[in-house]
Design a protein around this ligand. Structure first.
Ligand SMILES: [Fe+2]
Length: 282
């Protein structure tokens, strides 16, 4: 049966008519196709337990166990994205795409809402397909064939870095294993990738993990990245997803950025994240 797939404003699509506790092979094929096309897909009113969450993620690809996030106590495949009422900083509170610091960046994640604040805590997504397609000619020409360096050390490592929001969370136990980040080598990816599933071009630099453009001096590199980010952050390429009980998002790290709003102080928010392995990017 054909699923009902509706564009979610400017970014992503909502998929109706599927039960993710028991998706059929035909459901999964349609979900994969929509995922490749839209860069992020959303589901509402789902009731899935941890084992069904793991099974759904596994149907999309091998599971990547995150080195830095605290795992679910009974299911190591599940990372806890958690903010307690007394914590000020959240996880993911800056525009980024996960795992760009890996040689083979993760395909994406399945995020399940487990406990939500009464209001706030939305996640914004930005389409890097749209950002790429709208690049002005002068900027497009400057990144033709360019490659960029990505690193996790300034975010997850033990030394103070530029990304203080994520650093703060490391001190209260939600992010750990700083030593593993310290020894990670920087990696290089093309600034524009050919998306491995859709074949479309996407802009692939992000403000959290991209540290330099290969071959430029530091000042030119910073200036070019700033220009690319200013372009990519045009609200025309963004849409916000408001979580409700039973909401699930499946996003593609190669086609979208995301941003977790931190506007629900004094309330608990618990999300379960499973990340799926990706592949080298060209
Ligand atoms: Fe993230």
């Amino acid at each position: 049966m054909a699923l009902d797939i509706r564009p979610h404003g400017r970014v992503g699509a909502e998929i109706l008519g599927v039960d993710l506790a028991r998706p059929s092979a035909a459901d999964l094929a349609q979900i994969r196709a929509a995922f490749a096309e839209y860069g992020v897909v959303f589901f509402r009113d789902q009731t899935i337990d941890e084992a069904q969450h793991i099974a759904f993620a596994r149907a999309l690809g091998p599971i990547n166990i995150n080195r830095f996030f605290t795992a679910h106590p009974h299911h190591p495949e599940i990372a806890l994205v958690l903010k307690e009422p007394d914590q000020r900083d959240n996880i993911g509170g800056g525009w980024h795409t996960d795992h760009s610091y890996d040689v083979e960046p993760a395909l994406g994640s399945v995020l399940v809402a487990r406990e939500l604040p009464p209001q706030g805590g939305a996640t914004a997504f930005a389409s890097m397909y749209a950002a790429h397609d709208a690049l002005p000619d002068h900027l497009r020409a400057r990144i033709e064939g360019a490659r960029a360096v990505h690193s996790a050390r300034h975010v997850f490592g033990s030394k103070p870095g530029a990304y203080e929001a994520m650093r703060e969370t490391s001190r209260d136990g939600r992010i750990g294993n700083a030593g593993a980040a310290d020894v990670l080598d920087d990696v290089v990816h093309p600034v524009v990738i050919i998306h491995p599933l859709s074949g479309k071009r996407a802009l692939y630099v992000n403000p959290a993990f991209t540290t330099a453009i290969v071959g430029l001096d530091p000042e030119d590199s910073r200036a070019l990245l700033a220009e690319l980010y200013a372009h990519a952050l045009d609200p025309r390429f963004q849409e916000t997803f408001h979580w409700r009980p039973g909401s699930i998002a499946l996003w593609d790290n190669r086609a979208t950025w995301h941003y977790a709003h931190n506007d629900y102080h004094g309330h608990r928010r618990e999300m379960h994240r499973i990340t799926i392995e990706g592949e080298p990017l060209h």
